[in-house]
Design a protein around this ligand. Structure first.
Ligand code: FES
Length: 181
């Protein structure tokens, strides 16, 4: 009677050694690939860090009576692969709340990202997409508004006594908290 053939011991050891070499080779090859990708994508991370103030308007261009005015935000835009000088990157509403005190809001509705309008007759902001309404102070005016939070207020700085600078930021829509994007 014939006995089944058992592979000789050295052959099996060879197979295990070769498999280990392949796995170690694959892992060591992945490390430089991952670090290369991180360097390549670094501008994306820098975009989050570069959050400088932008000159928006002069103080004299804002009405004394506190009615908000809308301004484009023009700044250098850097994404992962390009640096574009002086392009529109968003818009803000500015209004006087004191002699040299300015309040700034991002024009983007925190519900789903449409642009809000200022309605002079209602003395507040209104979003045409799903009817959120906000007071002139940016707070939710109508409890039926679907927006989960008031308008996103931005930091303002007056420089050289007449320049209005805003730390422009966008925030995640649909969240109760302001989460920068
Ligand atoms: S996007 Fe403004 S209410 Fe929905």
């Amino acid at each position: 009677m014939e006995r089944p053939e058992i592979p000789p011991e050295p052959k099996r050891r060879d197979f295990i050694k070769k498999s280990c070499a392949v796995i170690i080779g694959a892992v060591t090859g992945l490390i430089p690939l991952i670090s290369g990708l991180m360097v390549f994508l670094d501008p994306l991370r820098r975009k989050v860090r570069d959050n400088n103030a932008v000159l928006i308007a002069s103080l004299s261009s804002l009405p004394e009576d506190g009615v908000p005015r809308k301004f484009p935000v023009i700044a250098d835009h850097t994404d992962a692969w390009n640096r574009l000088p002086r392009v529109p990157i968003g818009a803000v509403y500015l209004r006087r709340v004191g002699d040299k005190q300015i309040q700034a809001f991002n024009v983007i509705c925190p519900h789903a990202g449409c642009f809000v309008d200022y309605d002079l007759s209602r003395k507040g902001y209104h979003c045409p997409c799903h009817n959120s309404s906000f007071g002139v102070d940016g707070k939710i005016a109508d409890p039926k508004s679907p927006s989960p939070r008031g308008l996103d207020e931005l930091e303002v700085e007056i420089r050289s006594d007449h320049e209005v600078w805003v730390k422009f930021q966008n925030f995640r829509a649909g969240e109760k908290e302001k989460i920068p994007v």
